[in-house]
Design a protein around this ligand. Structure first.
Ligand code: HPA
Length: 341
């Protein structure tokens, strides 16, 4: 089956550069035109401006991941031989679950090759290996976000590393805003599906076929089997769980009230600034994925008061222990991975 960039496809007429593509006043043209007005970029006269234009996170295409994962795996294996059954990402204010690990080995992000220290408040920035409810797990206490200036390829490296270390299942958690007007602070929502509205993908660039396919299917990206297991864990613990659609945005600003209303019309129930890229990469690497959003605040405009990160952390501290109980139970009762999941 041919893919969307099949070279056999006829090239649409409007792909061709024309005079209309010229940027007025800049003297260069968009696209591979041979009719370039000038080879000189005016920004060359201002070296600082050139740096600003071209700086940012260095791209990490999928094809770079295997070598980077080799180095990360070796660094982890120098400290722990534990083979995790499940990987867990703990979002803003949810890091307390790491204290429940038995015999933990904790590695600060900055001690792993290519990983910067976490910068988001409420994110400890550590990789931990240990046992939770007698199950071997790897945990990420904090995560990398694109809004910190990180390349999507770095943002997803933790879940790719989980797969390298032997995990077959990943549980992603996050703090989120309530887009469903019925979701108040403290609502726990099992993620049934997502909208990737970040404008980014971790799969851009040459593929690494050794990890996953060029064109990743995302039907049932959020495993129906694991969602059922989460619901069962909630019922066993007496914790109410909603289920809905998570919209992943770039951030770091919160949404406008108009954006929240738009997200609602687009089918979102909760929104946040993480998780969707990790889900895509985890599926690409063959992991089975599930997740829970902890709604820390009603979406912008619903309550009439401004949103603050402190409120997000406070709601995480209040509802975090409830979610921790569900996760412990989920891990303890984890069903054996389905073949080919
Ligand atoms: N919007 C986006 N991300 C969030 C929110 C929100 O309202 N609350 C916590 N993370």
């Amino acid at each position: 089956m041919s893919g969307p960039d099949d070279p056999g496809r006829p090239r649409p007429l409007d792909d061709r550069p024309t005079d209309c593509d010229r940027h007025p006043g800049v003297g260069t043209s968009v696209g591979p035109s041979s009719k370039r007005a000038s080879a000189v970029n005016p920004l060359d006269a201002i070296p600082q401006a050139r740096t600003l234009v071209t700086s940012g996170a260095s791209p990490i295409p999928p094809s770079d991941q295997p070598a980077r994962l080799d180095a990360l795996e070796a660094a982890v294996r120098a400290r722990s031989a534990l083979v995790p059954a499940v990987g867990i990402v703990l979002g803003s204010g949810l890091g307390g679950l790491a204290d429940d690990l038995d015999d933990p080995v904790a590695i600060p992000f900055a001690e792993l090759p290519g990983w910067p220290a976490a910068t988001a408040p409420g994110h400890a920035g550590r990789l931990l290996l240990g046992h939770l409810a007698d199950t071997p797990v790897v945990m990420l206490q904090g995560r990398f976000h694109v809004y910190e200036g990180n390349d999507p390829g770095l943002v997803v490296q933790p879940v790719l590393l989980f797969a390298r270390l032997g995990a077959r299942v990943v549980l992603l958690t996050n703090a989120a805003g309530g887009v469903d007007p019925g979701y108040g602070p403290g609502t726990l929502m099992v993620i049934a599906d997502h909208l990737n509205l970040t404008g980014r993908t971790p799969l851009l660039g040459p593929n690494a076929d050794a990890i996953g396919p060029r064109f990743q299917d995302l039907t049932d990206a959020w495993s129906p089997r694991l969602r059922a297991a989460l619901r069962a864990a909630g019922a066993a613990e007496g914790v109410t769980l909603a289920e809905g659609i998570y919209a992943g945005l770039l951030g770091p600003q919160y949404e406008t009230p108009a954006e929240v209303r738009m997200l609602r019309t687009r089918g979102a129930d909760a929104d946040g600034m993480s998780t969707v890229l990790e889900c895509i990469a985890a599926r690409w690497a063959g992991l089975e994925v599930c997740g829970v959003s902890l709604v820390t605040n009603a979406g912008a405009g619903y309550s009439g008061v401004p949103l603050t990160h402190e409120e997000v952390l406070a709601a995480g501290a209040e509802a975090g222990p409830r979610l921790a109980r569900v996760i412990r139970r989920f891990v303890a009762d984890l069903p054996a991975a389905a073949p080919g999941a």
